[in-house]
Design a protein around this ligand. Structure first.
Ligand code: AMP
Length: 457
């Protein structure tokens, strides 16, 4: 039986008659590249339901679309883009690149998604028993089958009926060559925002940083359970799913989102700096300097330094030409990746007591390496400070987390983790302080990886 794969991807798409949409979608994907580096793709619609253009493939946006001029020439007011992040062995095949372009009775359908269904495997099995053929392991294909089965020429109605079968975390963008539909699950686990583009156009993206890149003006976040339809008639919105307890992913704030994005109106960088300040108050330690792990922890580390009254030093330098280590599939490759990726600066840290601020510890692979690098460079003491609580459970909603037994906070008691990682001390920010730094009600955030309490499973 195949399982739906874990994905925390990036999606974007929009409609505008006066804009080079394929070209803009490509730049929006550049801005969303941190959300997935495994594959990239763009579908373009003619606006009248004519044959859609699709290009996708493995690799970075720059590798899949080396010629952006070609995109500029593509006619069509509709575009839909996707970057994919899949870490498990299954699901890494090229057939899982998105957008998917499906043909069914009522025409063509391009689908891209971010998230993970909790009932994906069950639904697949049910459809397969009835004879459905799956060519990919994506939740997008599952949605495509469910839409086709509605046998309804009205895409909005078919989508509404199809998504009512889905449980879990999803942000979908669909295009039938005439319109774009963007929608979020009823808990709003994964982000999706809406912006104005050009005179009469609109654009949707997983993160607001994509809007800045293409000159679109943020309007609002798509609401949990809401579907937004964009075409030459303008924009319409309908509630496809009854809204439930909002549950936006807290890990988006801590690690995943780009610092220049705003999630639910909160700027990610400022919020991470606040995490660092609170971390300094909760876990102070005598030291000579603070350093962050580039790039995701720099904001928190600067907040820590500011609050502690210690100098912030660039004691760790990252080779920016190497991708996120986490994206490498095997432990060995991950370990090799960290070595290649980071260097400790001896002239800065020799004989010093160093505080390393990182945004999270998952398996502990990165921390072990960091401490080792620091000691090799001559640091006298190495203190780890983590701007989030211990990760104790896997994510069911699309963030790539290993199975629980691989999590360092599961394998050891907190008191023993510093020793296991080779550090002189460790301090994790409490969940209360983490939520307080975000500044949104805790019940409105998904905290399952820190608590083991899942909204749905
Ligand atoms: P680990 O080395 O397994 O402890 O992973 C923790 C490191 O990877 C931290 O430095 C984080 O910045 C980063 N990280 C945490 N969660 C993820 C994730 N889901 N995907 C990619 N990187 C992550």
């Amino acid at each position: 039986m195949s399982h739906s794969i874990r994905e925390a991807c990036g999606v974007c798409g929009g409609w505008a008659e006066d804009q080079p949409m394929a070209y803009l979608a490509c730049f929006a994907l550049y801005a969303l590249q941190h959300r997935g580096q495994e594959s990239a793709g763009i579908a373009v619609g003619t606006g009248d339901g004519g044959k859609m253009w699709l290009k996708k493939g493995p690799g970075l946006v720059s590798e899949v679309f080396p010629d952006t001029e070609e995109l500029k020439q593509l006619p069509g007011p509709l575009a839909l883009g996707h970057v994919r992040y899949a870490y498990s062995g299954e699901g890494r095949g090229p057939e899982n690149s998105q957008p998917l372009l499906l043909r069914y009775r009522h025409g063509e359908l391009a689908i891209a998604h971010n998230g993970r269904l909790v009932n994906g495997a069950r639904l697949r099995e049910e459809l397969a028993e009835q004879g459905a053929i799956f060519q990919t392991e994506t939740d997008s294909e599952l949605l495509g089958h469910l839409i086709a089965r509605q046998n309804n020429p009205c895409l909005e109605e078919a989508v509404a009926a199809a998504v009512s079968r889905l449980e879990g975390a999803f942000a979908f963008i669909l295009c039938d060559g005439k319109k774009i539909i963007g929608l979020r699950d009823r808990h709003g686990f994964r982000p999706l925002s809406l912006a104005r583009l050009g005179e009469k156009g609109y654009f949707l993206a997983s993160e607001t940083c994509a809007f800045d890149t293409i000159g679109a003006q943020f309007i609002r976040d798509v609401a949990p359970g809401e579907a937004v339809v964009i075409d030459d008639g303008g924009i319409r919105s309908y509630q496809v799913l009854p809204p439930a307890q909002p549950s936006l992913c807290l890990f988006e704030f801590i690690y995943f989102a780009r610092p220049d994005s705003n999630l639910q109106g909160k700027n990610v960088h400022l919020m991470r700096r606040e995490l660092g300040r609170r971390l300094a108050r909760e876990h102070p330690v005598d030291a000579d300097m603070v350093t962050g792990v580039p790039d995701s922890s720099i904001a928190a580390a600067s907040g820590y330094a500011e609050e502690a009254g210690l100098p912030y030093e660039m004691a760790l330098v990252k080779n920016r030409y190497i991708g996120r280590t986490f994206l490498r599939p095997t432990q060995r490759m991950r370990e090799e990746g960290v070595d290649l990726k980071l260097n400790a600066v001896e002239k800065i840290v020799r004989d010093k007591r160093v505080i390393i601020v990182d945004d999270s510890i998952v398996r502990g692979t990165t921390s072990v390496k960091l401490v080792r690098l620091m000691r090799r460079a001559g640091a006298r003491e190495v203190h780890l400070r983590i701007s989030s609580p211990p990760v104790i459970d896997a994510c069911l909603y699309g963030i790539d987390m290993p199975a629980s037994q691989e999590l360092v906070a599961r394998r050891y008691k907190i008191a023993d983790i510093a020793r296991e990682l080779g550090a002189d001390s460790i301090g994790y920010l409490s969940l209360e302080e983490t939520v307080a730094a975000v500044g949104l009600p805790g019940e409105g955030l998904c905290r399952a990886c820190f608590t083991g309490l899942y909204t749905i499973r």
